[in-house]
Design a protein around this ligand. Sequence first.
Ligand SMILES: Nc1ncnc2c1ncn2[C@@H]1O[C@H](COP(=O)(O)OP(=O)(O)OP(=O)(O)O)[C@@H](O)[C@H]1O
Length: 405
Amino acid sequence: MMKELVSKKWIVAVSGGPDSMALLDMCVQEKMNVVVAHVNYHKRNTADRDEKCVKEYCEKYQIKMIVLHPKQTGKGNFQAWARDVRYDFFMKCYKEENAQGLLVGHHQDDLIETYLFQKERKSIPSHYGIAQISMYKEMEIIRPLLNMSKQDCIAYCHTHDVSYKIDESNLTNHYTRNKLRHEIVEKMTHEDRICVLQEIEERNKERYRMKQYEGLLSKAQLDISTLSHESKEFRMNCLRQWFRNQNLREANNSKDYFEQLETVLWSRNNYEVELSNGKLIVSQGICEIVGNEDKEYEVVIQSIQDFKSPYFIVETTGSMGVNACTVKEIDFPLTIRNVRQGDAIQLRFGTKKINRWFIDRKIPLKDRKSWPIVLNCNNEVILVPGIGCNVEHYSIKPNLFVLKY
Ligand SMILES: Nc1ncnc2c1ncn2[C@@H]1O[C@H](COP(=O)(O)OP(=O)(O)OP(=O)(O)O)[C@@H](O)[C@H]1O
């Protein structure tokens, strides 16, 4: 029994089963100040028998026992309803008795069973398995028996001559969890248990560490440089978590997928990965998902007379002659459109692939496709408006673009 529990007053949830009866007896042996709370749902013929078992124990040791006889109104999931009723009742007892908190008899089998259930469902709980300490509203719940197996609880009751009753409904495989309990957990060897417990510990450690990154992983833009000092495995899990937060189907992909993804993301500056509903774009350490929608556009400005507000290009004196150009009458018709594969800009000396131009200026991959360029009547790119020039490019009407320095 945890030493710090002994000096305070506790509500003990006792169903009459071997786990909670063992827990109650341990409290009594430690001379703890406890009040027993029991819920009799009258769901089974044997429900009164269980209540009687708890009552007899409490009378023997002169322990206060509070009993609830709830009635389920309406249909619905009995287990969920029973749980709510139970914990609200424990809460009421806790307040009335001015207790420190609640002790419940969850044991190691419950812990393993909960974990396997979570694993099967691929859920990401805030804690894997069952936590030793948790809260129900403002009431602290403590589970002192998590180190004991169900068999240990039964053995304890036998050696300490404590009566208990078995809930027959738990013996059937009616509920998925009962099936898991009887067909897997109860058949586990000692070694199997140690193995699973280690796995749970590992996953919780990682879960708590990942919580530090919760803010980072919930953002639409993932700054992967923040994870640079983390291990490969951890980074893979963070990526998977980020995929989940972005609702990407690929979140369920194999470990291999994330292993490869991790390798490219942390070794390449610019990279694109096709996804079922878009593209993952990595640029300068930032990951982002962009949709598949085609953002192709093209506007033709026929004559220099049309070349006035609201769309205008002003001659500037850019350092390399790349950010600026002089538009002459012979250049018309001018075309403003987004970049296509193979486009190259005319420089004073030769040409330069626009992709190079983007790379030199560290233009994020996601912006490159929609970046406007200006072509003259000979289809030569005469201007790629630069970031340094504070260009705004947006559509004010369909196919009408404003380029503003
Ligand atoms: N009818 C009850 N009356 C009092 N305490 C109960 C009752 N049922 C369960 N408990 C308490 O809850 C502990 C766990 O019980 P059980 O494994 O049946 O619950 P569970 O199905 O895991 O659900 P939960 O986690 O919601 O309690 C028991 O050891 C006992 O302390």
